[in-house]
Design a binder for this molecule. Structure first.
Ligand code: ADP
Length: 168
C-alpha cells in the first residue's frame, strides 16, 4: 500500500490544508494527517480540539485518517508503514524551509521520501496565523476556512455566555 503522511500543526486547519489533503487522497492509497503535539509551543487549539476538527473534515475522504504524535515524523512513518511525507508549499518562502526540513528528515531516515506539493493559486496566501488574527479582529474568514473552523474560531475569541447553572 502506497501511504503518505501529511504532518503539520493545523492550528487551525485551513482550506489550503484541505486542498492538499484532497489532492493527496487521490494520489495515494492512504493518507494519514499527523498533528504535531509540541507542549513547548503555544497553540490556540488543544491537540484534542484539532483532532476532533480534522476528524470532521476528513469524513468525505474514506482513505484519510488522522492521529496525534509527539515524536519525530520519520519515526511515525516507520511505525505506520508510510513511505512518504507530503508537505504543501505556498511559495518560495515555504520552499526554503521545506527543503531544509526534507534534507533533515532524509538524514534521519533515508527510506522515507518527502514530496512537496505546490498549492492551488487560490490558497497561496492562506496561513493559519494570519487567519487567527483576522478572526480575532472580527474580519470575514468565510472563504479561508471550512465552516466548522470558522465556528471554532468564533467560539475561542468570542465565547457565547455559558448557560446559567443551577445556582444562578
Ligand atoms: P507546520 O507548522 O508544520 O508548518 P502547518 O499546519 O502550518 O504546519 O502546515 C502543514 C502543511 O500544510 C505544511 O506542509 C504547510 O506548508 C502546508 N500548508 C499550510 N498552508 C497551506 C496552504 N495555504 N496551501 C498549501 N499548503 C499549505
Amino acid at each position: 500500500m502506497f501511504k503518505a503522511l501529511m504532518p503539520g500543526t493545523f492550528d487551525p486547519p485551513t482550506n489550503g490544508h484541505l486542498n492538499i489533503l484532497m489532492r493527496a487522497s487521490r494520489m495515494f492509497d492512504a493518507v494519514e494527517v499527523v498533528i504535531a503535539v509540541n507542549p513547548s509551543k503555544h497553540f490556540l487549539f488543544s491537540p484534542e480540539e484539532r483532532l476532533s476538527i480534522l476528524k470532521e473534515l476528513i469524513r468525505p475522504m474514506p482513505n484519510v485518517t488522522v492521529s496525534l504524535w509527539d515524536g519525530l515524523i520519520v519515526d511515525f512513518a516507520e511505525r505506520s508503514g508510510a513511505r512518504v511525507i507530503l508537505r504543501g508549499v505556498r511559495g518560495m518562502g515555504d520552499f526554503e524551509y521545506e527543503f531544509e526540513l526534507s534534507v533533515m528528515n532524509r538524514s534521519l531516515n533515508p527510506k522515507i521520501e518527502t514530496i512537496l506539493l505546490p498549492t492551488d493559486q487560490k490558497y497561496s496566501v492562506l496561513r493559519s496565523s494570519v487567519i487567527k488574527d483576522i478572526a480575532r479582529l472580527k474580519g470575514n474568514i468565510g472563504s479561508m476556512v471550512p465552516p466548522i473552523v470558522a465556528e471554532a474560531l468564533a467560539d475561542k475569541y468570542f465565547p457565547r455566555n455559558e448557560p446559567p447553572g443551577p445556582n444562578a
